[in-house]
Write a protein that binds this ligand. Sequence first.
Ligand SMILES: [Zn+2]
Length: 432
Amino acid sequence: MGRLGICLIFLCSLVGSSMAQQPMNPPPADVAVKAGKILDVRTGSYLTDQIIWIEGDKIKTVGKAADITPKLPAGIRTIDLSNATILPGLIDCHVHLTMSPFSMGPGGLHSSYPRQALTGARNARVTLEAGFTTVRNVGAGGYSDIALRDAINAGDVPGPRMLASGPPLSITGGHGDQNFLAPQFAATEDGVADGADVVHKVRENIKYGADVIKFMATGGVLSEGDNPALAQYSPEEMKAIVDTAHGLGRKVAAHAHGELGIRNAVIAGVDSIEHGSYINDEDIQLMKQHGTYLVPTVYLQDWLMENLMTLGLTPSMIGKARLVMPIAQKNESHAFTSGVKIAFGTDAAVYPHGLNAHEFAKMVQMGMTPLGAIQAATLNAADLLGWSDRVGTLEPGKFADLIAVNGDPLADVTVLQSVRFVMKGGEVIKGQ
Ligand SMILES: [Zn+2]
């Protein structure tokens, strides 16, 4: 036997032993959920007296109890939610699970990447318990979000299904760079790339596990020394980022406040504009033409204004927040009634994780219908993520991700702030 053969045997035995040590999570047993009311998020109508028959981690069928009950296997486990309203598990397209409100200012300089991953484990659990069974994490340092996603998928820590971006791409000195320190500390965040280097950075993020690419098209509010109204990447850099990501099968999310940055990002072909504070009619028309989603992140404006002085932010960050938030409220309200596609996102991290569902009431206050806001967090979010085949509706073949609330979310969308039952992939997370 040659050297290679021995090496192969050695490798096989290593792989074999590491697999033997993996605890095997048995698939959940079949479950029948007795649902008093199910909100059909496609039509906005309620289906009453339903059974959701779950096989393993997927939905087998949904239908009238009278039709389904005779077909159920004898002795199947039953969960009685006959006095509740059931919806698909909610989806948040813009979170930063590895960050918290106090890490936005210079306080964040104390937090190592391993510490951020552990912060993420806590926030993943809190987010899932709040009814969000899927999230898109758009920006984290040191691939801490990728580590968190993999730990959740392995069953090591509880959390939502996660798409993760890794470090967000930013120009030098931009919204995603580290601008608090003097030059002698030579601090640069790991997503910083300029000019032709953006191609390498996109490929590197994908090499290390990114599901989606996030970049900073404009300056930001909670960063030092940059202007949210101004574009940061050039149109050529944006095009290179988007083409490289799309070529490798990844969607692209662009952080964009200023109108020029929004326009350039949409023309470059991004899949979503995050925030959109200065969005104008020209941007809206372009987004409708290109089918680009707006992920508006509006509730954070209220929370941030209330807590602005308690977070250890710098005077320039506080000044930017006071300037931009009222402008964003006005422009995004206008966007909500313009027919642009909206996907639900919160920027949780700017405010405490777990309050994600407060976004619904704010969206409604700013002009969306309750059904429109719920569709943004189910149907539309699944479409933006490219996961319409697995999440976003309660239909056969999709993951058994569902929540239960008391009352009628179409009459009072705030009932989504108190989710009483959460199931992810057939496993009961909350409300056993
Ligand atoms: Zn964000």
